[in-house]
Design a protein around this ligand. Structure first.
Ligand code: GDP
Ligand code: MG
Length: 177
């Protein structure tokens, strides 16, 4: 029987950002080994995990998903409690989802630990080639620098930069635990 003692660290990570930006798809791309869904929970607690080796330590990334609650601004403090990292996602084809990122940063700073490591992800980068980009990369780079966030564009559809963004986040968490 598997025990939690088999891993050296469990890193709780939360995803944040507007509805339909691709949070669940990004998470699904990265975490394929386990799926947990508590249907009885009123907050719709849902997370997926992926265990990997970082600097010779077994690290389990336990990534929590909002399960649609973002639409009702019903994400509770239980969701953020104990989170060491956050993936804050917007859609590069929807300007409003980028404009709301500041609100999500406030939400994180208000509910999560102040030392939380935040990775800003501009998802749906695959659509840039089709001329659908509405958020210039430079705008996001500037915002991330100003706010002290890490940043990457990615595509959950093609898989481009998805592992890299999650691994960067895990590395940065590893550096502060
Ligand atoms: P969530 O509400 O933030 O969890 O968003 P979902 O993961 O449910 O994705 C919302 C919609 O965007 C779905 O129709 C996805 O298929 C689509 N989607 C997600 N990621 C990508 C991506 O990288 N590229 C494209 N073109 N579509 C995506
Ligand atoms: Mg979702």
């Amino acid at each position: 029987e598997k025990e939690t003692g088999e891993v050296d660290y469990v890193f709780k990570i939360v995803v944040a950002g507007d509805s339909a930006v691709g949070k669940t798809q990004l998470l699904g791309r990265f975490a394929k080994d386990q799926f947990f869904f508590d249907s009885k929970s009123t907050i719709g607690v849902e997370f997926q995990t992926r265990t990997l080796t970082l600097h010779r330590k077994r690290v389990k990334a336990q990534i929590w998903d909002t399960a649609g609650q973002e639409r009702y601004r019903a994400v509770t403090s239980a969701y953020y409690r104990g989170a060491l990292g956050a993936m804050l996602v917007y859609d590069i084809t929807k300007r409003a989802t980028f404009e709301h990122v500041a609100r999500w940063v406030d939400e994180l700073r208000g509910h999560a630990d102040s030392s939380i490591v935040v990775m800003l992800v501009g998802n749906k980068a695959d659509l840039a080639a089709a001329g659908q980009r509405a958020v210039p990369t430079e705008d996001a780079v500037a915002f991330a620098e100003e706010q002290g966030l890490f940043f990457s564009e990615a595509s959950a559809l093609s898989g481009e930069n998805v592992d890299r963004a999650f691994l960067r986040l895990l590395e940065e968490i590893f550096a502060v635990v």
